[in-house]
Design a protein around this ligand. Structure first.
Ligand code: ADP
Ligand code: MG
Length: 316
């Protein structure tokens, strides 16, 4: 059994009337890249702030590295690297000075401090921007600087709160690869996001949150096995009679269909050859169709089946 790095028991956090965390529990082990996945407002940042003792809470217990976390647990805090959702660097300092400053908060030996700062620069790929001030950096580079400041002291636990929001694809990939590399070199990672694809790609275990509650937890494969959806077939059809749609809906393994006037979506649970059977019905009735595709379940389907709403934001 791997050592517990973070243990949250029955956490309750209220903001006035609003219950932001509702008996929320987590157990994160050494070596994991643990994903907290949930829509905006589900309580991810509140969880992180409670974890770090930056926010008081109404009920519950938090242990980090097997010890109770309190606002004065400096020895624990020293071993944590935090990358907050809102970038927090000094505008007056250059890229190199910022990283050196944050590293110096933890690392006092000057030789080690210089070495760690250089490694952090290379790590996020900011070698060409050392003398830039933050205001001169693009959004993606600024995020990378924020990350370098958070990880330069080589913490045992790294917490990243939505580090890829509004980041260009190149920086995004660099960030995701960087997190995987930090994990390979021994760090335990907590990663929050509302982008299910990222969480699915990166995380070894995932907790899905909604309205301050944990609604599901497991590896991505375990999460997908919790739902009945095994395949979603989509077919472009410009005109589809109700009786033909009903005939498709009555085929084996099909539990739901949707038609929006141009696309038929068929939700299947188990079974093989679903697509062939559906196309056979269309052919029998001489219905012409365009593009056809079949998708395996995503974490969005998991969220949809459990909560009845989509995780994906429109336009995201
Ligand atoms: P997430 O990080 O998943 O987007 P948050 O933890 O920021 O979610 O927010 C959870 C809920 O708590 C939301 O409904 C949000 O509006 C509310 N909330 C967050 N911070 C505050 C605050 N300081 N005062 C009042 N309500 C807050
Ligand atoms: Mg947040």
């Amino acid at each position: 059994m791997k050592q517990s790095v973070v243990k949250i028991d029955n956490l309750v956090k209220r903001y006035g009337e609003l219950v932001a965390l509702d008996h929320f529990s987590l157990d994160i082990h050494e070596g994991e890249i643990f994903g907290l996945l949930g829509p905006n407002g589900s309580g991810k940042t509140t969880t992180i702030n409670c974890l770090l003792s930056l926010l008081s809470f109404d009920k519950g217990d938090i242990q980090i590295f097997g010890r109770k976390m309190t606002p004065t647990s400096y020895d624990i805090k020293q071993q944590i690297g935090v990358i907050m959702q809102n970038v927090a660097v000094f505008d007056e300092l250059t890229v190199a000075e910022n990283i050196d400053y944050f590293c110096g908060l933890y690392i006092t030996d000057p030789v080690k401090r210089r070495q760690y700062t250089e490694e952090a620069v290379q790590f996020v790929g900011l070698e060409d921007f050392l003398r830039f001030r933050p205001k001169k950096l693009s959004g993606g580079l600024l995020r990378r600087l924020n990350i370098a400041c958070g990880i330069a002291h080589k913490p045992r636990l790294i917490i990243l709160d939505e580090p890829t929001v509004a980041v260009d694809p190149q920086s995004r990939n660099r960030i995701l690869e960087g997190i995987a590399a930090l994990n390979r070199s021994g760090a335990t990672v907590i990663y929050t996001s509302h982008y299910m694809e990222e969480v699915e790609q990166l995380c070894t275990r995932i907790a899905i949150m909604d309205k301050g509650k944990k609604i599901a937890e497991g590896t991505k494969d375990e999460l997908k096995r919790m739902i009945r959806n095994t395949e979603t077939v989509t077919i472009e059809i410009l005109a589809l009679a109700d009786d033909i749609r009903a005939e498709i809906a009555a085929l084996p393994h099909i539990y739901d269909t949707a038609y929006d006037g141009s696309r038929l979506t068929v939700f299947c649970s188990g079974g093989k050859h679903n697509l062939i059977r559906i196309l056979h019905v269309l052919q029998e009735h001489s219905v012409s169709f365009g593009r056809v595709y079949s998708e395996l379940p995503t974490l969005n389907d998991v969220f949809l089946e459990i909560t009845g709403k989509a995780l994906r934001d429109k336009g995201d």
